[in-house]
Design a binder for this molecule. Structure first.
Ligand code: G3P
Ligand code: CA
Length: 267
């Protein structure tokens, strides 16, 4: 009888904890980083934005209402946009209670605090520039904090850092500022347009609902700005059946709120 060939087996995709292990702890907090670490997950995705006084902070929504107690603390500051608050004001907010009372007192971390925690845990970072048009010049600020915190040294850049965005211009800016940084475009460009993306991005990171095996293969046939084949990380895959399908499509990574579920389904 024919023996199963190694080539029949799809390699396990990298598992990326979306906003930290956000199925188990409040998204984009240090608790969510630690929850990923407790599960043995190396890669953490997070979202970066900027305060009124120019501090980079880790938060998904451009508003503070959904994931903090900002309405109680600052009742007169509607619509509670991140960009309208100072870092000192943000530090007063509880970013954990909405998720569960055991997380009361969790804070909106600064990017610097977030990087320190990842470093302590020896984790890797998929950093999303969220809503770049809201924050002109944020790319330079991000590069500055990454440099200050040691995340632009050779070993970090080579294997522990990817910067991604839905904004192609933002990625082009990152690539121009620091050509050594690995970049990822969030979205599903038409196959005919992929070569243009390959000039400035190393990864195409599409929504799971938009892809199949053919698309993944079309991306992976191309080489990115660093001469390596483009990689595909898909999001946000939270159940075992979809994770197995994504693996069958041949993706390189799966971004998930439940990294243990995805790991079990794909290993
Ligand atoms: O990493 C992919 C994913 O995070 C993009 O969507 O809305 O969760 O930031 P969103
Ligand atoms: Ca994100």
């Amino acid at each position: 009888a024919a023996q199963p060939q190694a080539s029949d087996q799809r390699e396990s995709p990298a598992v990326v904890a979306h906003r930290g292990a956000s199925g188990y702890a409040p998204e984009n907090t240090l608790a969510a980083v630690d929850a990923a670490d407790a599960l043995g997950v190396e890669w953490v995705e997070n979202d970066v934005q900027r305060t009124r006084d120019g501090v980079l902070v880790v938060l998904h929504d451009t508003g503070l209402k959904r994931t903090t107690d900002v309405e109680q603390v600052f009742p007169d500051r509607a619509p509670w946009a991140v960009k309208d608050f100072t870092a000192a004001e943000l530090a007063r907010l509880d970013a954990g209670s909405w998720f569960g009372k055991q997380f009361a007192g969790a804070r909106v971390p600064t990017l610097a605090q977030f990087l320190d925690r990842l470093e302590r845990n020896r984790q890797k970072l998929l950093l999303e520039i969220k809503s770049p048009k809201t924050y002109p010049g944020i790319e330079r600020d991000i590069v500055g904090v990454l440099r200050e915190k040691g995340w632009l040294d050779r070993s970090h850049v080579r294997s522990r850092l990817v910067v991604q965005s839905f904004g192609a211009d933002s990625l082009k800016t990152i690539h121009a500022l620091r050509p050594d940084i690995t970049t990822g475009y969030l979205g599903t460009p038409a196959v005919a347009d992929l070569p243009a993306y390959a000039a400035f991005t190393d990864q195409i990171n599409p929504s799971y609902a938009t892809i199949g095996a053919d698309y993944v293969a079309a991306v992976q046939r191309l080489k990115g700005p660093h001469g390596k084949r483009l990689r595909v990380n898909t999001w946000t895959v939270n159940d075992a059946a979809k994770a197995a399908k994504a693996q069958a499509y041949g993706v390189d990574g799966i971004i998930t709120d439940y990294p243990d579920v995805v790991r079990d389904a794909t290993s």
